[in-house]
Write a protein that binds this ligand. Structure first.
Ligand code: RIB
Length: 309
C-alpha cells in the first residue's frame, strides 16, 4: 500500500552548542553541518527507508540546495515526481541550534514552501488514486493543507495530520477531515489552549480534539512516551529508553514509522510501536534525514520491544 506525503522540504543548517542561547545572547558552537531536512521530506524518507512505497509533494527553489534535497530524497527511494521547482524563490532553510542534551530550537525561512498552492495540489491529486494513506504537516500554507485534506478524503485515503509547526489559525473544518492527528505536547497545548505536559493533560487534550471532530489522536510526550486516544478508549504508549544525541526530526521519524506500519497492514496499536521505535532510534543520531532508521536497525529494535512486552 503506498503513501503520499505533502508538505515542507528544507535544507537544515545546524550548529551544535553547549547550551541553547537565550534572547540577545551569542553562543559559540563546536560543530556545524548542513543536511537535508523539512518535516514532510523527513517523514517521506522515514517511510521509504522502511521499504514502503512513498511519494512526496512539495516545492523547492531553483538552487543548489534544492538539488541536494532532491538527491537525498531519491537516494532514500522517495518518488519525487510531485515536487515542483520554482525559479523565482529559494529552497526552504531551517536554522537549527542543538545543545549537549540533544534539545533544539529551529527557525525556518520558508522560501518555496510558502508558495505551495494549486500546482502542487494538482500533483497531489494525481498521486492519490494509487495511495491509501496521505500524510500532511503544516510547513506549507494552511489553505493548501485544507484543500489537500479535502482531496485526500474525496479519494478515500486515511488522512494523518502532524500539526507541526504550530499555527494560530487552525481551520475548524480540518479537524473533521483528519483520521489521525499526531501533535507533540507543544502543538497539542497550542491547539487546545491549556498546557499539555503529561499523560493526564494529554487525555484532556485528546478529548477536546475528539469533540472538534478528530477520530484518532496520538500526543507524543518526548521522554514520557505517547498517549493514544479515540472517542471510546485511550492508552499510554511507553517510552523506549535511549541515549539522546539530537532530537531534531524525532517527531518526523515517529510519524513516518507509524505511517509505514499502517501502510504495511499493521493495526493502529502495532503501528504505534513502529512509531515509538522510529522516534527512539532517530534521537540517537545527529541530523534529520541522516538520523532516520534503516530497515534492519528498525526491525531489530522492534523485535526487542515486542519481546519485552
Ligand atoms: O522536524 C524537523 C525539521 O523541522 C527539520 O528538518 C527542519 O527542516 C524543520 O522544518
Amino acid at each position: 500500500m503506498s503513501v503520499v506525503v505533502f508538505g515542507s522540504i528544507n535544507l537544515d543548517i545546524v550548529v551544535e552548542v553547549p547550551r541553547l542561547p537565550i534572547k540577545g545572547e551569542t553562543i559559540v558552537g563546536n560543530r556545524f553541518f548542513s543536511a537535508a531536512g523539512g518535516k514532510a521530506a523527513n517523514q517521506a524518507v522515514a517511510i521509504a527507508k522502511l521499504g514502503v512505497p512513498v511519494s512526496l509533494v512539495g516545492q523547492i527553489g531553483e538552487d543548489s540546495f534544492g538539488q541536494t534535497l532532491i538527491q537525498s530524497l531519491q537516494t532514500a527511494g522517495v518518488n519525487t515526481s510531485g515536487i515542483t521547482v520554482n525559479s523565482s524563490t529559494y529552497s526552504g532553510i531551517a536554522s537549527i541550534v542543538v545543545d549537549e542534551m540533544g534539545a533544539n530550537t529551529i527557525a525556518c525561512a520558508a522560501g518555496a514552501n510558502n508558495l505551495v498552492r494549486e500546482k502542487e495540489l494538482e500533483q497531489f491529486e494525481l498521486l492519490l488514486p494509487q495511495a491509501k494513506i496521505a500524510l500532511l504537516e503544516l510547513g506549507i500554507p494552511i489553505a493548501t493543507v485544507l484543500n489537500a485534506a479535502r482531496l485526500a478524503k474525496a479519494h478515500d485515503c486515511f488522512l494523518i495530520l502532524d500539526p507541526a509547526p504550530v499555527i494560530s489559525n487552525f481551520p475548524e473544518e480540518l479537524y473533521g477531515l483528519v483520521d489521525l492527528m499526531t501533535p507533540n505536547e507543544i502543538e497539542a497545548s497550542q491547539l487546545v489552549g491549556f498546557t499539555v505536559d503529561g499523560v493526564t493533560t494529554a487525555r484532556q487534550a485528546a478529548s477536546f480534539l475528539h469533540q472538534m471532530g478528530v477520530k484518532n489522536v496520538v500526543i507524543t510526550l518526548g521522554s514520557q512516551g505517547a498517549l493514544y486516544s479515540n472517542p471510546t478508549e485511550n492508552f499510554w504508549v511507553k517510552p523506549i529508553p535511549v541515549s539522546v544525541v539530537d532530537t531534531v526530526a524525532a517527531g518526523d521519524a515517529f510519524n513516518g514509522a507509524l505511517t509505514a506500519g499502517l501502510a504495511s497492514g499493521k493495526s493502529l496499536t502495532e503501528a504505534l510501536s513502529w512509531g515509538a521505535v522510529g522516534g527512539a532510534l532517530a534521537v540517537t543520531k545527529s541530523g534529520a534525514q541522516a538520523s532516520l532508521a534503516t530497515k534492519d536497525c528498525f526491525h531489530q529494535m522492534l523485535k526487542q520491544q515486542l519481546l519485552s512486552q
